[in-house]
Design a binder for this molecule. Sequence first.
Ligand SMILES: [Fe+2]
Ligand SMILES: [Fe+2]
Length: 188
Amino acid sequence: MSTAKSHAKSGPNEDAITLLSADHTKVKQLFKEFQDLKEEDGSAEDKFELVTQICQELKIHTEIEEEIFYPAVRKAIDDGDLLDEALIEHSAAKELIAQLEEMSPDDELYDARVTVLGEQIEHHVKEEEGEMFPKAKKAKIDGETLGARMTQRKSELMADMESDEEGPNANPRAAKKEVADTKAPASR
Ligand SMILES: [Fe+2]
Ligand SMILES: [Fe+2]
């Protein structure tokens, strides 16, 4: 068995909640970096790279939650509303992500969208960590099995995204990026 090698960790499988919380911490840090970049008038190129990373992290994270974690939690706890609301929050985030992916950092309201996305995610994470995760723990979900499945799925999704980026199909975002790159120095 040589699956999930890029994420393989020696020792026991990572617990589902530990894995998701680590993602939360990472993405929170990335949003903080964006705010720093904004304050120091960072280049369009740096913003583009950072936001591309944020969007990818969030797309993979919401996907593994929706495919694997949420259905297991829904079965284990008696609070369908909590899961429904989390899904709506994901779809609101995905809408902003889709908009950002079509934009260049020089576009109007780009920074505002990133900031609002960060605020929405902060709220969402608070509810997951403050409410959903404790309920899931109390209901004794099988954190190790779910963690292993999510780790595996995460690797697949990351590989898909990488091959999309390298693929022969011209990516409209790549073209936008070039525009952003050439514009960046003039905007300083
Ligand atoms: Fe999450
Ligand atoms: Fe979530």
